[in-house]
Ligand binder design. Structure first.
Ligand SMILES: Cc1cc2nc3c(=O)[nH]c(=O)nc-3n(C[C@H](O)[C@H](O)[C@H](O)COP(=O)(O)O)c2cc1C
Length: 339
């Protein structure tokens, strides 16, 4: 079980992070290997099943957006034991992303710092990738610099997937901040709502002071008024870092955890039971996942934890969740929240 941490991770961490990512993801393209992994390591249990916005999940753990940007290995990576995958972020037209270097590890803090800026092959090519390599349930993260770009992208992707996640919160893409103006954001949701048939999630920016909190709650209020299905909480925290080609980026991993749990709790208090919350930020263990559910999340999403802990993270978290359910005599995972 510790093969990844003792052998694979030290080798991967000798490579530059983007090279290590490409190397790892090439392995995920061979879906049959991972189906075999799945038969050995899979945890299936009725108690872990749940439904979010009408999407049925085998368990409440999702892969966060950004790992499979071009949707090339959705089914291989789902076989690790994820309940769902968030592919993308995809934009209407191909994008090269930001200037290199744009990804660093901060191993001491179990964190990553990225300023990728949505490198992706564009929505038309992603549609072909999903058709060649379908996986369900898949939610695809989309973005754009104009309402029109978002809408065209949504129209192409929506028929092939189970849900859409709007990324208006990446700190690494110049131009996305226009959607933090509430009227522009409202206009975006109205237009996406006309274009979509599938559930819609909005990925929120993290808040870390009263100004950013005010902005996030304005986005939440407008989302409730216009009609969406849930929030993914949250994206990376903006930082300045001279090592990055563009001088600033976003932190993910352990340093996000406390902020994320507090956000989930405050947002759940604000919205009541109405919508889904996917907690995302620094989840490495089943204890982390349980704290996030207790704060009011329905599911959790993982990115950095997978990089540091390796593929067995899914087995370990799902197993930990089952122990918790048994210990607390709970019939299913949705009851962890206490309502
Ligand atoms: C290298 C990298 C690339 C990312 N790319 C995206 C992206 O394309 N779209 C998005 O919404 N979030 C993206 N994220 C943010 C993650 O989806 C997630 O919100 C964040 O990393 C916090 O979760 P974690 O601590 O489990 O990594 C990216 C994160 C990392 C580390």
């Amino acid at each position: 079980m510790e093969f990844y941490k003792n052998i694979i991770r030290p080798l991967l961490f000798k490579l530059p992070p983007e090279t290590a990512h490409t190397f790892t993801t090439t392995a995920f393209r061979n879906a049959s290997i991972w189906k075999l992994w799945n038969t050995i390591n899979r945890i299936t249990d009725e108690r872990l099943k749940l439904s979010i916005a009408g999407i049925s999940l085998d368990n409440p753990i999702g892969l966060a957006a950004g790992f499979d940007k071009n949707c090339l290995f959705l089914s291989g990576i789902r076989s690790l034991g994820f309940g769902y995958i968030v592919g993308g972020t995809v934009t209407l037209n191909p994008r090269p992303g930001n200037k290199y270097p744009r990804l660093f590890r901060n191993t001491k803090d179990k964190a990553l710092i990225n300023a990728l800026g949505f490198p992706n092959v564009g929505a038309k090519e992603v549609v072909r990738n999903i058709q060649r390599n379908p996986s369900s349930p898949a939610i695809i993260s989309i973005s754009g610099l104009t309402v029109g770009e978002f809408v065209e992208c949504a129209k192409l992707i929506d028929p092939l997937v189970q849900g859409l996640e709007l990324n208006i919160s990446s700190p690494n893409t110049v131009g996305l901040r226009i959607f933090h103006k509430i009227e522009t954001f409202r206009n975006l949701i109205q237009n996406i709502n006309r274009a979509r048939n599938k559930p819609l999630f909005v990925k929120l920016p993290p808040y870390y002071d009263s100004e950013s909190q005010h902005l996030t709650f304005q986005i939440i209020k407008a989302s409730l008024e216009e009609g969406i299905d849930g929030f993914s909480v949250a994206n990376t925290i903006p930082v300045k870092d001279k090592r990055l080609g563009v001088g600033s980026g976003g932190v993910s991993g352990k340093p996000l955890f406390e902020t994320m749990v507090r956000m989930v709790q405050e947002i759940r208090q604000e919205i009541g039971l109405r919508l889904v919350i996917n907690g995302c930020g620094g989840i490495f263990t089943s204890d982390d996942a349980i704290k996030t559910f207790l704060a009011g999340a329905d599911t959790v999403q993982i990115y950095t934890g997978l990089v540091y802990e390796g593929p067995s993270i899914l087995f370990k978290i799902n197993q930990g969740l089952l122990h918790y359910l048994t210990e607390h005599k709970l019939k299913n995972i949705a009851l962890v929240k206490g309502y």
